[in-house]
Design a protein around this ligand. Structure first.
Ligand code: IMP
Ligand code: MG
Length: 178
């Protein structure tokens, strides 16, 4: 079944304001610490690139990326998560924040967190732009959360459906094609 682009769920200005607040919260929590921000490819790239530019200059940040796959062409999680690109840097003893686009079932992040914890970072927190709490299958503590959204598949601002619509500046729902 195909999907067309639906209406705007979160406007550009609303996203910008919330990203600024999240950066402020991270700045308040970690002051002048040395952070490692880990972007989960590919969905978190747009969010991460806006977020880092709002962080206070006192925070030193190193960036790294992970790629996982948990979704086929459908909008349902397969529950299977695989790392397809691992980190370049060693996070042992570092202060790490994982930056995600969305927490849906939570399976992807709980898997990532368990893998990264084995590397013994000093601190490991999660920052996710979106949260769909009604879909959760495993408990996840999201220290920095942008927006809670209803159980709808969304695209735009980095999020895709089958590789499409990542480039949209606003977050949209999808609608079934008739
Ligand atoms: P989870 O493992 O079910 O929490 O799924 C996490 C990943 O699925 C996210 O990082 C997204 O890449 C993808 N995903 C979940 N819901 C959506 C959505 O509504 N739009 C786009 N991608 C989504
Ligand atoms: Mg993702």
């Amino acid at each position: 079944m195909g999907f067309d682009l639906g209406e705007v769920l979160i406007r550009r200005k609303t996203i910008q304001e919330r990203v600024r607040e999240l950066a402020f919260d991270i700045g308040s929590a970690y002051g002048d610490m040395d952070l490692v921000l880990i972007g989960v490819l590919k969905g978190a790239v747009v969010f991460l690139s806006d977020l880092i530019r709002e962080l206070p200059v006192s925070i030193t940040t190193e960036l790294d990326f992970l790629a996982v796959t948990s979704y086929g062409p459908s909008t349902e999680s397969s529950g299977v998560v695989r790392i397809i690109k691992d980190l370049d840097i060693n996070i042992n003893g570092r202060n790490v924040i994982i930056v995600e686009d969305i927490v849906d079932t939570g399976l992807t992040l709980s898997y990532l967190v368990s893998i990264l914890r084995e590397r013994e970072p000093e601190m490991l927190e999660i920052c996710s732009l979106l949260d769909k709490p009604s879909r959760r299958k495993t408990e996840i503590d999201i220290a920095f959360k942008g927006f809670e959204i209803p159980d709808e598949f969304v695209v735009g601002y980095g999020l895709d459906y089958s590789g499409r619509w990542r480039n949209l500046p606003e977050i949209h729902t999808l609608k079934k094609r008739d």
